[in-house]
Design a protein around this ligand. Structure first.
Ligand SMILES: Cc1ncc(COP(=O)(O)O)c(C=O)c1O
Length: 293
């Protein structure tokens, strides 16, 4: 069956969709994006993802030519057109097409692409046994340069460099520090520590994205009676935690059992991590917005 993508207002075959060579996203990383997941015929936290997309676009003064409910409908139509039940949905928006930095030289609407794919970041063994992670030398940029709350295309060049550092030593992920040396997040995930039965995650003011999986996990933990707090996290805190795990739409919830060659806790996924993974699975099985209603 042909793959369909939403491209600037219409569904077209993926092999016929195209973005102009002077697209500002391609030329300058001038755009915003979202990664969303569908589970069993429903989209997880669709409203939250579209709201974050609109906030990112607004912060960059990119004006989306439709209301949020129309955007949500476009995402649902794209999943339907591909007859998908469970998939990863990539939403990419750029400021539009025009040569030169100046946004005033862009005389068209933003470029909007929505695509669906199967995506599994890690083999099952890594979810069962946990990830080996390193600390990257590449830092997250300070919020006064690029605000981490804006899920912008351009900001990801650093995350890609950090991911390459992880790849070079065969690690599954890399933690990224901010300019003060505190832990911000991983290249594509938020970080949680477990210490004395409670969860700790760095505040987004330390350079982390306001992750939608992070928010879901904070709520699930509260429902399970596990206290959660946002605190500045150092590498020492990570090395000496009882358990750690990462959260993100692509990776979902994955245990992190080693950091910079140190075992974390027992070196195996711990009981609270297991409880959160189970609760997250139940949540994605029951709290999705139906595509085929
Ligand atoms: C840098 C970064 N941090 C954290 C996350 C996790 O966010 P979410 O749970 O909304 O996917 C992502 C993924 O989008 C990310 O790219």
């Amino acid at each position: 069956m042909a793959e369909y993508v939403y491209c600037n207002g219409t569904l077209v075959r993926a092999d016929e969709a195209h973005v102009g060579i002077y697209d500002h996203g391609f030329l300058y990383g001038d755009g915003v994006f979202e990664g969303i997941r569908a589970y069993n015929g429903g989209v997880f936290r669709l409203t939250e993802h579209v709201r974050r997309l609109y906030r990112s676009a607004h912060a960059l003064s990119i004006r989306l030519p439709m209301e949020q409910d129309e955007f949500r409908a476009a995402i649902i139509e794209t999943v339907k057109a591909n007859n998908m039940q469970s998939c990863y949905i990539r939403v990419s928006v750029s400021r539009g097409t025009g040569l030169g930095l100046d946004p005033e030289q862009i005389h068209n609407d933003p470029t909007i692409i929505i695509s669906t794919r199967q995506l599994r970041l890690y083999p099952q063994a890594m979810y069962d046994e946990g990830l080996d992670v390193i600390t990257a030398s590449t830092r997250v940029p300070p919020a006064v340069c690029i605000d981490p709350q804006i899920k912008s295309l351009g900001r990801y060049i650093n995350n890609i460099l950090a991911k390459m550092e992880a790849n070079r030593v065969g690690a599954g992920e890399a933690l990224m520090l901010n300019m003060a040396g505190n832990v911000a997040e991983a290249t594509g995930d938020n970080l949680f520590l477990v210490r004395d039965g409670a969860l700790i995650t760095p505040p987004t003011s330390e350079g982390a994205l306001v992750g939608i999986t992070r928010e879901a996990v904070m709520k699930l933990a509260a429902d399970l009676g596990v206290p959660v707090s946002e605190k500045v996290v150092t590498l020492y805190d990570c090395y000496t935690s009882d358990e750690t795990f990462l959260t993100g739409t692509a990776a979902e919830v994955i245990p992190m059992v080693r950091l910079d060659s140190r075992a974390i806790g027992s070196g195996k996924p711990g009981p609270i991590t297991h409880a959160i993974i189970d609760a997250f699975r139940r949540c994605t099985a029951t709290e999705c917005e139906p595509v085929y209603a």
